[in-house]
Ligand binder design. Structure first.
Ligand SMILES: Cc1cc2nc3c(=O)[nH]c(=O)nc-3n(C[C@H](O)[C@H](O)[C@H](O)COP(=O)(O)OP(=O)(O)OC[C@H]3O[C@@H](n4cnc5c(N)ncnc54)[C@H](O)[C@@H]3O)c2cc1C
Length: 248
């Protein structure tokens, strides 16, 4: 059974028509960077809730949630209507396998592949110290339809300057041609063998680990391509190379 704690919205940022980040104050929630928690809103039909990845680091008590609204959806339009001081509930347990303790010891290169709001858990990991201490290379492939939907772009771009040897960022904008970004899907770029030279990192079954987050379409396509390259799905029982989180 889910136990809920009461919280309130302390900040709301709108990136695009239907794209937001809200910050929530609640009792401290123990979680690992990359995990999600259920967020609930009281409606006329009772409490409605959905899982959302946490973008803040576990050491920051203010919870950050990055989301888009689905116009036909039950919960996300309610979430988008909240404003500063609105009440909101947060489940007191977090979950999910997109965490660094799930990456086998011998891996040196960590790939984060996100579509849309799927960038959230990776931002949480990138804001911590462990990832920079542990991996030789960290590669972010991040796809959105338009440039204005590419939330956290400046934060990711700044990491390129902070970690010029260790960090590679491949921004993909699929419906606009934008300077310094790639105008294709990253699955297409990977299949055509252009992605690895672009990020200056070869995929290797011994040293690469992938975390995929966002749409099922991207995750299914990426998994298929990576399996053809000899990588395997990761689970707690059978450690592999590809950890996934499907949002829809
Ligand atoms: C583990 C987990 C973590 C998640 N984390 C996030 C997150 O950090 N940010 C976030 O925005 N969403 C996240 N989601 C999706 C989120 O939980 C909701 O499903 C989403 O916000 C839609 O809820 P809804 O009630 O408005 O729509 P629903 O009534 O639940 O769904 C309506 C329809 O919209 C589709 N749909 C669901 N999500 C999307 C989407 N993002 N874009 C387009 N279509 C969609 C569903 O497949 C369904 O067909 C996560 C989902 C899971 C399983």
């Amino acid at each position: 059974m889910i136990t809920w704690q009461a919280g309130s919205v302390v900040k709301k940022q709108q990136w695009h028509d239907d794209l937001y980040t809200i910050t929530i104050k609640t009792d401290p929630l123990p979680f690992k960077a990359g995990q999600f928690a259920n967020i609930g809103i009281e409606s006329v039909d009772g409490l409605v809730y959905r899982p959302y990845s946490l973008v803040n680091t576990p050491t920051n008590d203010l919870l950050e949630v990055h989301f888009n609204t689905v116009s036909s959806g039950r919960f996300s339009p309610l979430l988008a209507q909240l404003d500063v001081d609105s009440p909101i509930s947060v489940a007191n347990r977090a979950g999910g396998l997109l965490t660094l303790d799930q990456v086998p010891e011998e891996r040196n290169e960590l790939w984060f592949c996100a579509t849309g709001t799927g960038i959230g858990p990776f931002i949480s990991i990138l804001r911590g110290d462990e990832v920079w201490q542990r991996f030789n290379k960290i590669i972010v492939c991040y796809a959105t339809k338009t440039a204005s939907e590419m939330a956290y772009y400046d934060e990711l771009n700044n990491l390129k300057m902070q970690y010029p040897e260790q960090f590679r960022f491949a921004p993909f904008i699929t419906r606009e041609a934008v300077k310094d970004t790639l105008n294709t899907r990253f699955t297409t770029h990977l299949e055509s063998r252009e992605l690895e030279p672009f990020v200056d990192t070869a995929i290797d079954v011994n040293s690469s680990h992938f975390m995929l987050c966002g749409s099922s379409a991207m995750i299914n396509d990426m998994t298929e391509i990576l399996e053809q390259r000899g990588l395997r799905r990761h689970s707690r029982q059978e450690p592999g190379h590809i950890a996934i989180e499907k949002y829809f």
